[in-house]
Design a binder for this molecule. Structure first.
Ligand code: DAT
Ligand code: MG
Length: 168
């Protein structure tokens, strides 16, 4: 298997439960390389685009609220890109099944996830499911220059009159 990239999100429940260090330690077992990392607030557009394959599901609006941190009063996620051999399979294995009650008890979701009474799967982390999805998601969450390796082709563009914030 060649090197591949995967997006990892530590979701708002993971941040609220102070699991960041723990999750990163578990993921370090994979010996994969972290090639991008940041804390990000999640706009409605970003959340809906991220989970667009689920937009017809009855739980979609709760899922969007969950990812945006509305259920945990933590309006942020930690987003990372892991890179290396078999990255998706290795990370998904450590994450465990989507449903935290079905996830192996030693997996991240099995250890720390829960299902709320309203049926939301609070499963602590997101891991891309396959190469194409990883590419779509990584391009959604990161700009090319936030990633320290060249994962996908880029082109040069000039941004005209864009206001940016600088240190005062
Ligand atoms: P995964 O995150 O394992 O790739 P997915 O892409 O099918 O799973 O679903 C994305 C998220 O949506 C998942 O992490 C939690 C939520 N979800 C999926 N199926 C659900 C269900 N039946 N009830 C409640 N939430 C669900
Ligand atoms: Mg998925």
């Amino acid at each position: 298997m060649a090197n591949q990239a995967t997006l990892i999100l530590i979701k708002p429940d993971g941040l609220k439960k102070s699991l960041t260090g723990n999750i990163l330690t578990r993921l370090s077992e994979t010996k994969l390389e972290i090639v991008a990392a940041k804390i990000a607030t999640v706009s409605r557009e970003l959340a809906e685009e991220h989970y667009r394959h689920l937009k017809d599901k009855p739980f979609f609006s709760d899922l969007i609220k969950y990812l945006r941190g509305e259920l945990h009063n933590r309006r942020k996620v930690m987003a990372l890109v892991y890179w290396g051999e078999d990255a998706i399979k290795k990370c998904r294995q450590l994450a465990g099944s989507t449903n935290p009650e079905e996830a192996e008890s030693t997996s991240i979701r099995g250890s720390y996830g829960r299902i709320t009474t309203s049926g939301v799967y609070e499963n602590v982390i997101h891991v891309s499911s396959e190469d194409k999805e990883a590419e779509r998601e990584i391009k959604l969450w990161f700009h090319p220059d936030e990633i320290i390796v060249n994962l996908y082709p880029t082109k040069e563009a000039v941004e005209k009159e864009k206001k940016i914030k600088v240190w005062a």
